[in-house]
Design a protein around this ligand. Structure first.
Ligand code: NDP
Length: 249
């Protein structure tokens, strides 16, 4: 079955680079109109918008901090004002501030929890009423293998990503009766700017422990998101889809 999202509208947070960018491109390639947010990389956002428009995709980009509730409200209102519906919401924006707990500052904790988890609350809250009124929509939250397994040096990140899973299951229960689905995609180690600091030796060591023997690509995650966004997944909600080469099973 080819995935067809034509006529659907989508909003992706953190869509300029890495996994978010691949998600934006996959949804656009499947025919959706796509809005995306970013924090600071305006030039990259403009270039992506030009690339998508050249392919015939209706799109726009909005700059802001996903941790800011007013920004989330304004962004969802912009999607509703432009297209009249919000069919797909992908909460992808995220950061790391890795260090062992002994050295982790309150600021490291707050920055990661605000950007990774509060942002999900912000955008889901903003989209909740429109999706309820539409009696349809799908929310996809990008968690991490680390939210399931934990990882030394990532207590803040793991807490944010595990929190997202409980949050999404709760939304799935609240909104299922209105035809709104909510799912999680939990990537393993994916080659993006976020993981680019790792040395080749570390990457090789990590790959050897992954059953599929390689790091993932942003496109591996985007394909799973496009599937969950599509009508091929209309009976899937409250699910955590592991896209990690078999790391967490
Ligand atoms: P990148 O660092 O490559 O890209 C992050 C994107 O999020 C950028 O577009 C960035 O915008 C945006 N962003 C960051 N902070 C904010 C903010 N406060 N408000 C709005 N946008 C923001 O990350 P990845 O692509 O690697 O990761 C994407 C998601 O996938 C994250 O949630 C991450 O936790 C998760 N993930 C990643 C894994 C990996 O191995 N890479 C593994 C598991 C999960 P800008 O360009 O303007 O800075």
């Amino acid at each position: 079955m080819t995935l067809d999202l034509s006529g659907k509208t989508a909003l992706v947070t953190g869509g300029t680079r890495g996994i978010g960018r691949a998600i934006v491109e996959a949804l656009a390639d499947a025919g959706a109109k796509v809005a995306f947010t970013y924090r600071s990389s305006s030039e990259t956002a403009d270039a992506l918008k030009t690339e998508l428009e050249a392919k015939g995709c209706e799109c726009f980009a909005i700059q802001g901090d996903a941790a800011d509730a007013a920004h989330a409200d304004e962004t969802v209102q912009a999607v509703m004002g432009t297209w009249g519906s919000i069919d797909v919401l992908v909460n992808n924006a995220g950061i790391t501030r890795d260090t062992l707990m002994i050295r982790m500052s309150e600021e490291d904790w707050d920055a990661v929890l605000d950007t990774n988890l509060k942002s999900v609350f912000n955008f889901c809250k903003a989209a909740y009423r429109p999706m309820m009124k539409q009696r349809g929509g799908t929310i996809i939250n990008i968690s991490s293998v680390v939210g399931v397994t934990g990882n030394a040096g990532q207590a803040n990140y793991a807490a944010s990503k595990a929190g997202m899973i409980g949050f999404t299951k709760s939304l799935a229960r609240e909104l299922g009766g209105r035809g709104v689905r909510a799912n999680v995609v939990a990537p393993g180690y994916i080659a993006t700017d976020m993981t680019s600091d790792l040395s080749d030796d570390v990457k090789e060591a990590m790959s050897s422990t992954i059953p599929l023997k390689r790091l993932g690509n942003p496109e591996d995650i985007a394909a799973a998101v496009a599937f969950l966004a599509s009508d091929a997944a209309t009976y899937i909600t409250g699910h955590t889809l592991h896209v990690d080469g078999g790391m967490a099973m």
